[in-house]
Design a protein around this ligand. Structure first.
Ligand SMILES: [Mg+2]
Length: 178
C-alpha cells in the first residue's frame, strides 16, 4: 500500500491542544510523561513578549511540582531564549535549527530519560513536529498564541492544513473503532 505524504505520521502531531495550559500535569502524568521540551515563540509566548508572565511561570511551576522536568528548544537566537529563561533556569537549546533533531536530542540527553517519557510541545508541523519525530519523541501541537502572523507564516499554515486534517481523520477513526 502506497502511503501519501499526507498520511505520513512524521508530519502529524500525536495530540492537539488549544494552548499549553490544556496540557495539565495530571494529564502528562497519566501518559507517563516525566519531561517536556517546549518551543517558545508562538507556543508559549508571542515573539514580542521577552519574559514569561505570571501565568506562564505558574504553569511551569505546576509541572515541576509534579516531578516533570522542563527544557526549551528554540530556533530563535541565544539572546531571546536566555532572557526568557533568566528566572526559570531550565536547560535550553537556542538556534536549534528545527526541523533538524540535534537540539531535541541534546534535551533528551540532558533529561537522561527514556524517549517514551518525554514529549515535545510546539506550534509548527514543519519545524517542531519533524524535529520531535526525527528524534523519536511524541509531539503535542498547540494553536499558535499570536494571531497576527507574518505572511510567511500564514503560507506555512496553509501547507500544514492537509496534515492537520489527516491527523483529525486518524483520531476520529480511532474513536469510531471503540
Ligand atoms: Mg514556534
Amino acid at each position: 500500500m502506497k502511503l501519501s505524504i499526507r498520511e505520513n505520521r512524521y508530519f502529524q502531531p500525536d495530540m492537539m491542544f488549544q494552548s499549553i495550559y490544556e496540557i495539565t500535569p495530571e494529564f502528562l502524568k497519566k501518559q507517563g510523561i516525566k519531561a517536556v521540551l517546549f518551543d517558545i515563540d508562538n507556543t508559549i509566548a508571542p515573539y514580542e513578549v521577552a519574559s514569561p508572565t505570571e501565568e506562564m511561570k505558574a504553569y511551569f511551576k505546576s509541572l515541576e511540582e509534579n516531578g516533570i522536568k522542563l527544557a526549551f528548544v528554540s530556533n530563535n537566537k541565544k539572546e531571546r531564549v536566555h532572557i526568557f529563561n533568566l528566572d526559570l533556569g531550565y536547560f535550553y537549546v537556542s538556534r536549534a535549527r528545527k526541523p533538524f533533531s540535534s537540539g531535541v536530542r541534546a534535551c533528551i540527553k540532558h533529561f537522561g530519560l527514556p524517549k517514551e517519557q518525554i514529549v515535545s510541545v510546539g506550534d509548527q508541523i514543519f519545524t517542531d513536529c519533524l524535529a520531535a519525530h526525527g528524534a523519536g519523541l511524541q509531539f503535542y501541537m498547540v494553536a499558535p498564541v499570536n494571531k497576527k502572523e507574518s505572511r510567511f507564516f500564514r503560507i506555512k499554515r496553509f501547507f500544514e492544513r492537509p496534515f492537520i486534517k489527516a491527523f483529525k481523520e486518524r483520531v476520529l477513526k480511532g474513536y469510531n473503532k471503540k
